[in-house]
Design a protein around this ligand. Sequence first.
Ligand SMILES: Cc1cc2nc3c(=O)[nH]c(=O)nc-3n(C[C@H](O)[C@H](O)[C@H](O)COP(=O)(O)OP(=O)(O)OC[C@H]3O[C@@H](n4cnc5c(N)ncnc54)[C@H](O)[C@@H]3O)c2cc1C
Length: 613
Amino acid sequence: MECFPTCATPTTGAGPLLFTSALQFFAASQCILAEGSVPTPDIQNFEKFDFIIVGAGTAGSVLANRLSAIPEWNILLIEAGDDAPMEANIPAFNTALQQTKYDWGYLTSNNGITNGANINGSINWPRGKMIGGSSNINAMIYVQGNDQDYQNWVDLGNPEWSVKEVRRCFKKAESYQNMDMLKNPKIKNHYGVNGPLVINTFNSTQRKETSRILSAWNDIGIKNVPDLNVANMLGSGILTGTAANGERESHSKAYLLPILHRKNLKVMKNSLVTKLLINNTTNTVYGVEVENESNTYTFIAENEVILSAGAINSPQLLMLSGIGPKEHLYSKDIPVIVDSPMVGQNLQDHLIIPITIYGDGAKQSNIIDQQFDAIRYLYNRTGYLAQLSAADVLAFFSDSPNAKYPKFQSHIILTEQNKPTLNSFLKNNYRYKNEIVNQITELNKNHTLYLYLFNLLHPYSRGNISLSSNNPHDYPIINPNYFSDHRDLEAAATGIKKLTKVVNTAAFKEINGFLGRIEWPPCDSYEFDSRDYWKCICIEMVVTIYHPVGTCQMGPDPKTSVVDSRLRVHGVQKLRVIDASVMPTTISGNTNAAAGVVAERGAELLLEDYNEL
Ligand SMILES: Cc1cc2nc3c(=O)[nH]c(=O)nc-3n(C[C@H](O)[C@H](O)[C@H](O)COP(=O)(O)OP(=O)(O)OC[C@H]3O[C@@H](n4cnc5c(N)ncnc54)[C@H](O)[C@@H]3O)c2cc1C
């Protein structure tokens, strides 16, 4: 049988050799793309450690590094998820891990008020479930926040978190890599260059379009700045990312993987902590209960247990262990050890409202070009796979031009004409109903979609996390309570009205830009682009930019906070929470860098308490 009748006679020259080595290269590059694997440790039931850290996410990775730097301390780090897969490392796949085994896959509860345009009135709340946690599933946007954010924490009775200390910790964490930008003395002075966390700007294949976006922002008064962090999150510009050389920089890659050789650190993955062990006569925590495959283990912490399970799971674990609002614990048949009314309360998130602006623009590249781009990525980490799936520009603004504190933020998702993945993105990631999805994809057939994601930086509304049962496998109930405070709705309408002005700028006129009306029955009677129209869209279509914080907030008073300023849990001994949940108020922008800094500073406070600093 002739398999390839048209194939030229195979050569015995250099050609086949070259092809073979190319094939080997591509096969090997898939393996080296993943960030690395954590070996399974040799571990015994009832083994004793000095510190046990629950959760190897952003904060847990930092803590494992800083605490295991003390050679006399034995550290156990426990993570519910597996190693991060290859996709986590490739920037353009930043949404690809949602709703896989690497995502906890949470949904918000249907409150019957918001989210009429979303399937079953609820939205996705993804959270990383893997080594690196949410730092391996996030969009890599590196935002430090505004000085006032940290001053707010001090004003709430947390003296350890002064702007000066927090800024020092950012520098300690950072390894800023953009040599061109470092020629600017303000940028050089602002960032750290010797820390573990590599940050840089992305190379963008969309610079023509992102320049247009920047120019439009500039024209409506959101002035372009060379660097958003240096500008204290005021203005618009190209963002910095936890990425460099075409790869993601997760907190696990920066802090954890390089120290796996330390003899005093054990890391257990695929292991769910189900409960804290507490001596209820002394209210002292002495260990944790853990499920690994079908086995249950007990591990003892001689000094402390540190919860770094994130803003949903840290309060969940406290409540499962008897620390929380007493009536709620009684209702789930959980014996109350400490009545701590704020556990799971004070939930703050950055909501987003999608604003659809269309214009002439590039078509989606064809499949052959995309495949070549994939090869280019494997060879030298360039091309579209090396950049995040959203556009690499941001705007931070307020309702008055001279404001020193931003109220609003805008991200952009740039969607070329007729993009095949738009439909599934809107349906699966945002859970919009077909009527909404179809309108947007229909207009995208012949227009580029500039999807502006408007977000409110400092909401007044507060949600909460509560238990659905006393079973640690049952997901907690997430109630974000968006727009429950009317001031948020008014502020959002003001911010959106300001943002939609971009459509009248020269940059958008040049491409026949127009604002797309989303037809949705509850909003149809309102005049398009009026405040009332936008308020209606806010209520019906609000989704998340994935920044829950505040559910174990720090503060001096056990009635109004969960941990003190040194992150020790009120009412119990030998227990801290160190992760995004302790932020008493949210920050001006994306929360990953700040969660890492909470852990940097939290580690310092802990070391001070043991005279190790
Ligand atoms: C989709 C998405 C996009 C985002 N984009 C950005 C962005 O671009 N920029 C930005 O600044 N921020 C972004 N964020 C937010 C940012 O990533 C988080 O604020 C930050 O990672 C929180 O860190 P953390 O340590 O508190 O929690 P996490 O990083 O979530 O870590 C918690 C860890 O604890 C583990 N865990 C939980 N419960 C248990 C248990 N019972 N037993 C054992 N282990 C457990 C989890 O599996 C996880 O690994 C995004 C988040 C998401 C989900």
